[in-house]
Design a protein around this ligand. Sequence first.
Ligand code: SAM
Length: 283
Amino acid sequence: MSDWSEEHLHQDYRQSLRVDRLIYDSETDHQRLRVFENARFGRVLTLDGVVQTTEGDEFIYHEMLTHVPILAHGSARRVLIIGGGDGGMAREVLRHPDVAHVTMVEIDAGVVEFSRRYLPSLSAGAFDDPRLELVIDDGAAFMRGEGPLFDVIIVDSTDPVGPGEVLFTDTFYGHARARLAKGGILVTQNGVPFMQGGELTNTMRAFRALFSDWGCYLASIPTYAGGPMAFGWGTDGTARQTDVAELSRRMAAAALSPRYYTPEVHKAAFALPGYVARLMPTG
Ligand code: SAM
């Protein structure tokens, strides 16, 4: 009889992945970490029972939260990642040779330590890159502080429950905006609108008050169940206007060969279906 990992993120909907081999299961000071193998998705990381990332589909999520803002920006040198303990986001950011410095603020050292050991394909050496500065701290506390400005800020957090909750507040977004350099871009993991539409509306309401260019873009990641996931987008710059030809030029200059991202997909990702567009704040 197989064991199953059942995700209870939503009160009225559950998804289960078969546990073909349990690799790690432990509590840290912040959350319960599990890694198990599944025939279809490879190694799967869950935190408090919620799928965080899988070897099988993580490339979609990590490519879209990094290459979209960085290629749109065009001259990002300093990038900040909030969360991202598995190292996949850092891996993709560090593929950009012009990025000189990546600060990663992760609340749970246990996620980093065990991801390095049990999910090495995700970080793929990112933690040993001299450009990466790993800070173990609450991202909200870090953002409140004084410090350098960033060209791109990526919030790669858990969902707004537990330690991730503070990263979905107006206060946090306001502090993030204050840490953006001129033309800087803030992007956020903002859940699956079909299942978590209220979270997206709340974030967009905050972004509307903070940024001249605000909105979201979409990509479907199979293990984030319920349809496409939304990524919040906020900037006072003109990066959204970067066209396919220029994105293609920048992608070639960076010698990127993504498995999901293309310049055409980048532009199309901002085209919202009606049910998502209707979640945007009005009035
Ligand atoms: N891709 C996943 C998703 O979309 O839900 C996120 C993956 S990543 C593992 C999420 C990380 O956010 C975890 O390592 C978790 O420890 C971290 N995290 C949660 N709350 C945080 C906070 N307040 N400050 C910094 N990191 C936080």
